[in-house]
Design a binder for this molecule. Structure first.
Ligand code: COA
Length: 318
């Protein structure tokens, strides 16, 4: 038994912040941001993570022809939930109506969606569950330092979802890994210790050593892709779509050059939504799927890298 993606959905908030709008907040320019990253604008939410997760999930259920009461489990990948508890997936369960099923949040930063579908696939392959809703939703605007021009230009808010179901074909190979030693190059501290004996100040903001992350990404992305290709015995030429974490156009172009991936097989959407962390891959996957570009039987490689530092990939028959 395999785990297949039955359908997808996504949601981007209405409000758009362009690079020119950004230049009114910090010293930067549209030209600098576009040249270094490929980003033109990003969406910002005024409602939060659960609202976006819910909208993306409803669309994914519809696209999959699955109703909420058929679900056996809900997983949400996020590090920007609205509440510490109940977790975002319990809140989503209440909003969608999927009585009594287990609900868990999974925190693996930008690798979170692939970690989550791989987790869902493991439950399905073990025969425990048949249909699992996997969602990635991030309100990154809540943790970005709006005075730090080297990071605030990169990120946006959004959510993507997929229903994973038991079938004869689907995910053929998965790879996941992490290197906690390099964690300090990309992090966001949680709330401070503030109690009667100590007062450690303000809530954490996202911090990044951009060049170190860049070096890690251009090395690790090709490696994790090669791992799933080798494991499934499929060559780069046989793959129809490479859906990668949309952090930065230059990182993806470097990986594509290394592996000889033609540009038309590697869609990008960071121009209109920036880096959505865990939500980046399911939003792009859904845009590609809804536009009819992915056909039943196509071979799709998903690959991500990010905070942890972490990485993950999957090779899927659609
Ligand atoms: N606008 C204008 N100038 C900026 C700027 C901005 N938004 N951000 C930084 N700069 C300046 C710096 O202050 C520096 O100025 P200086 O030379 O006077 O000191 C200069 O641009 C170069 O900075 P640097 O950090 O070396 O730029 P870079 O070429 O490394 O590009 C990133 C910065 C963030 C775009 C790049 O490092 C990157 O994309 N890294 C990967 C980040 C990533 O993908 N993170 C998420 C992973 S999931």
């Amino acid at each position: 038994m395999k785990a297949r993606i039955l359908g997808t959905g996504s949601y981007l908030p209405e409000h758009v912040l362009t690079n020119d709008d950004m230049a009114k907040l910090v010293e930067t320019s549209d030209e600098w941001i576009r040249e270094r990253t490929g980003i033109r604008e990003r969406h910002l939410t005024d409602q939060g993570t659960l609202h976006m997760a819910c909208e993306a999930s409803k669309r994914a259920l519809l696209n999959s022809n699955v109703t909420a009461d058929e679900l056996d489990m809900i997983i949400i990948a996020t590090f920007t939930p609205d509440y510490l508890f109940p977790n975002a997936s319990c809140q989503l369960q209440a909003a969608l109506g999927a009585p009594n099923v287990p609900c868990m949040d999974l925190s693996a930063a930008c690798s979170g969606f692939i970690y989550s579908i791989n987790t869902a696939a493991a439950y399905i392959q073990a025969g425990m569950y048949k249909k699992i809703l996997v969602v990635a939703a991030e309100t990154l605007s809540r943790v970005v330092d709006w005075e730090d021009r080297s990071t605030c230009i990169l990120f946006g808010d959004g959510a993507g979802a997929a229903v994973i179901g038991a079938d004869e074909t689907g995910i053929l190979a998965m790879d996941m890994g992490s290197d906690g030693v390099k964690g300090p190059v990309l992090y966001c501290e949680a709330w401070p210790i503030t109690n009667p004996i100590v007062n450690k100040g303000k809530a954490g903001k996202l911090r990044m050593n951009g060049q170190e992350v860049y070096k890690f990404a251009v090395r690790r992305l090709p490696k994790t892709i090669e791992t799933v290709l080798q494991e499934s015995g499929i060559s780069v030429d046989e793959v129809d779509h490479f859906i990668f974490h949309q952090a930065n156009r230059r990182i993806l172009q470097a990986a594509a050059k290394h592996l000889n991936i033609p540009a038309e097989k590697m869609p990008m959407n960071m121009d209109h939504c920036g880096n959505l962390s865990a939500a980046s891959i399911p939003v792009l996957l859904d845009e590609h799927n809804q536009s009819g570009k992915i056909k039943r039987g196509d071979k799709v490689v998903l690959a991500a890298f990010g905070g942890g530092l972490s990485w993950a990939s999957a090779l899927i028959i659609w």
